[in-house]
Design a protein around this ligand. Structure first.
Ligand code: GDP
Ligand code: IMO
Ligand code: MG
Length: 448
């Protein structure tokens, strides 16, 4: 079998800049595939000066020769999908109707999933801090075999109604028990509404397997645009503070309907500093003025975390929530390397880290942890049991740097930035091949 697949995955808690590098890698690709999650993802690409915040359609859509696929592992909010297609058409991206394909096996997020997402979060003593987009409840229905698939939208309205009726029974009972009468779903009106969506989207809904087998047989490049990230993985992340899919490479291949034998290259994406949105452990987190509702406290002296957040514009693409910020964590990268088989790293925001260093007077890199009295170089599995967050051991660099748009090669980088990269490579065991120097698709140094 030809090995023509490049997978792009996040190595921390999301928002590492996967959209940018995936879109850029897609330049010479035939297929570009989204594999996990839904519109909990927000992938910003900046192409020809136009900023596109995409939630569902792969960023490779900006290149006219690509076919973009939303794979069977994705869950779809159809209103978001339709408005995204509209945005792309308005932006002047050509031939969307022939170049966008949606697997009939992808599942649909219905309004009751969003209501359930909020309700389950309210039930919890320690909420996850989900995006409230209905992601978890939609995957739960899928696992319970009561999910509605894109293919179901192509059935008759009566057939669709029957499926929705079955799906909503337990949910409606829960809404009634919790005095949420307005949330109770009506199968008739939902079937009518989603049947119309089916008519609108029919041209995109398809069996993607022939597209994939032809591309593999013809040795045409396939790029998988991973969403979410290693520490948000349902099986391998900070459970229960995770998402409900498997964004590590194996889960991503499954969600994209790709055979592992076709895998050629895995690019892990990280930022030169780290961020997290939502709750859960974050060993290198810096203190910030954020209140208990997750909002920024205004008019106070900024703390280190506030400075990093503001210099990096770290506010969620999807929810606009301020992101928690901290220093680069290499033990997590090292664990990601072995969980996902990462060949190369793409390190974005090297420009921003330089500015952070100039402002604070130093830059830190966590190279190992102190945990249960020992020094370790991987992310421990049992922190929920020990209630102990691993304590970072840092290397510190004095000062910062400036990288302007004229800097196009590794050799031209400031010496301190090179030193930072060397530390990351040594502690993570992963070669850094791509360096992000700005938000645009081409703001990238490729190191041969
Ligand atoms: P994703 O979810 O992994 O695709 O990442 P997001 O799009 O949610 O967040 C990454 C943010 O960083 C976006 O606003 C990007 O435009 C921006 N970005 C990506 N790479 C760089 C970089 O190298 N430098 C700077 N300054 N911004 C970047
Ligand atoms: P991209 O692809 C950042 C986080 C949420 C929350 C947890 C569970 O843009 O990197 P969910 O709504 O999925 O049930 O929320 O997962 N989360 C993300 N954080 N970037 C993402 O995607 C995320 N997708 C989910 O903030 O902590
Ligand atoms: Mg994002």
């Amino acid at each position: 079998m030809n090995k023509n697949v490049t997978v792009i995955v996040g190595t921390k808690w999301g928002d590492e800049g996967k959209g940018k590098i995936a879109s850029r890698e897609a330049k010479d690709a035939k297929l570009v595939i989204r594999a996990t999650g839904g519109n909990n993802a927000g992938h910003t690409i900046v192409f020809n000066g136009i900023k596109l915040p995409l939630h569902l359609v792969p960023g490779g859509i900006v290149y006219p020769n690509t076919t973009c696929i939303i794979g069977p592992g994705v869950v779809l909010d159809l209103e978001v999908l339709l408005s995204e297609i509209e945005l792309l058409k308005e932006t002047g991206i050509s031939d969307i109707d022939s170049r966008l394909k949606i697997s009939g096996r992808a599942h649909v997020i219905l309004p009751y999933h969003k209501e359930l997402d909020v309700l389950y979060e309210n039930f919890k003593k320690h909420p996850v801090g989900t995006t409230k987009r209905g992601i978890g409840p939609s995957y739960a229905d899928k696992n319970n075999r009561t999910g509605i698939r894109m293919y179901d939208l192509l059935l008759t309205e009566d057939e669709l109604k029957e499926k929705i009726e079955e799906a909503i029974k337990p949910h409606n009972q829960l809404f009634i028990d919790n005095n949420m009468k307005e949330a109770v779903a009506d199968a008739n009106s939902l079937a009518k509404q989603y049947h119309i969506y089916g008519e609108k989207l029919a041209k995109y809904i398809t069996d993607i397997s022939p597209l994939i087998s032809d591309s593999i047989d013809n040795n045409e490049k396939i790029v998988v645009e991973g969403a979410q990230a290693f520490r948000l993985d349902l099986d391998h992340g900070d459970y229960p503070m995770v998402t409900s899919s498997n964004p590590v490479v194996s889960g991503t291949l499954c969600g994209a309907a790709l055979p592992p034998q076709a895998l050629n290259t895995v690019i892990g994406v990280d930022k030169a500093y780290n961020s997290r949105v939502g709750n859960g452990p974050f060993p290198t987190e810096l203190p910030a003025s954020i209140d208990e509702n997750g909002n920024v406290i205004e008019n106070v002296t900024p703390l280190e975390g506030d400075i990093v957040r503001d210099l990096g514009h770290e506010y969620g693409t999807t929810t606009k929530r301020p992101r928690r910020c901290g220093w680069m964590d290499c033990p997590i990268l090292r664990s990601a390397k072995y969980t996902s088989g990462i060949d190369y790293l793409c390190l974005n925001h090297l420009d921003t880290l330089g500015q952070i260093g100039l402002k604070l007077g130093y830059v830190k890199v966590c190279t190992s942890y102190k945990y249960k009295g020992q020094v370790i170089n991987y992310y421990p599995d049992d922190i929920n049991l020990s209630h102990e967050i691993p304590e970072p051991i840092y290397e510190t660099l004095d000062g910062g740097w400036t990288i302007d748009s004229s800097c196009k090669t590794y050799d031209e980088l400031p010496e301190l930035a090179k030193r930072f990269i060397e530390i990351v490579e040594k502690a993570s065991g992963i070669p850094v091949k791509y360096l992000g120097t700005g938000p645009a698709n081409d703001d990238l140094i490729v190191r041969e």
